[in-house]
Design a binder for this molecule. Sequence first.
Ligand code: ATP
Ligand code: MG
Length: 451
Amino acid sequence: MRLSRYFLPVLKETPADAQIVSHRLMLRAGMIKQTSAGIYAWLPLGFKVLRKIENIVHDEQIKAGHIPMQMPTLQSADLWRESGRYDGYGQEMLRMQDRHERDMLFSPTAEELFTDIFRSYVRSYKDLPLTLYQIQWKFRDEIRPRFGVMRGREFYMKDGYNFDLTKEDALHAYNRHLVSYLRTYERMGLQAIPMRADSGPIGGDDTHEFLVLADTGESEVFYDSEITDLTFGDREIDFADKAQCQAVLEEFTSRYARTDETHDEAIFNEVPEERRRVARGIEVGQIFYFGTKYSDAMNATVQDAEGNKVPVHMGSHGIGVSRLLGAIIEANHDDNGIIWPEGVTPFHVGIVNLKQGDEATDGACEQLYAALEAEGFEPLYDDRKDRAGAKFATMDLIGLPWRVTVGPRGLEKGVLELTCRRTGESVELSMEDTIARIKEIYAKHPHPKGL
Ligand code: ATP
Ligand code: MG
């Protein structure tokens, strides 16, 4: 992309109404614009990162054996009456009527719809296990939408639903989700800690929330500091292997880590004092096992091997896709702007032309731009006639992790300058070596085209 032809409405001033850094930076970097309280337009740069995050979520879900599909955002109230949640859900549910005065609602979550799809088609235990999921816009009429996309009213969420014959199988689905979530967040450059939580209006027995530590987080968390040493890394996992998934769950949940809702001071005090941490965190996902709560209410059964009709065991599992942008920025920024992890950066490399209009400099930039595109990267080339300082400031603000600076002085020596956004370190390299270095950096981060 050439910046001269892109739509990147960056703001010079710091927006007065944004209280936390990620919200300020998303507004300043021209990623989002509020259209009404808690509802945002996703401008091109924000939309691009949203898609990158969404792609990672899809990729990891599919690897875990879960099947993507799409539900409508508007639902009939009838299903929710059947499950008993229509009256109970409260004012967070946006209710409306169509022209025939039928009660409708904008989906805040979709247990009922997925359970209905399941019972419409699945008859036999032979069709299990089954996990269906979607990534779709949700609406919750939050009383206090704030912090930009972190607590919106309309937000983008991955929600998945497992259907299993037995409790044991459903707990395997739970464990599988835990493992796939660990992998998902790590690919985004985040450490998200599974913490025992409270099940809220979804209901159920077992639930963990995933929290990213950040001072601006809305949840108070209590944990054993040993947990932050754990990473999933690039170990191999067979998602069908129950024992393997169970072992990962045990590894990541055996240390004390809880949100304030489930915190127990007495148990916490058994953790050695020097390892006890009280901090704040951002909830970026949650997994639930709730047994037959919905299948009982909605009559979702299968025939088991003996021919008996039995209710299926279920769970639901959510990732806050749009909230993740805020969480990633809270965890990755400095005074000059955002610092995108390589896995989610909107563009892989920024190219800054120090002397636009100079034949040799323009030529070198064009050559680099074409070569990077040919290698499958998305470079952002600042080809505007602007001061170098202003170009650097824009690149720093929008947070591309790598920048190549091209100027007449370097070109005389046959070099370009490659700068790391996170460390500020620069190296001078030939064009060829620059490209090779960028390929090396992104070798671990697949970058599919077509976003
Ligand atoms: P919270 O406690 O933050 O209100 P929740 O527990 O009600 O969230 P879930 O039903 O667990 O939310 O939804 C799954 C994920 O969706 C959450 O972990 C969170 O990351 C995201 N999410 C929930 N509400 C919002 C919101 N208002 N804006 C943005 N993301 C949200
Ligand atoms: Mg939750």
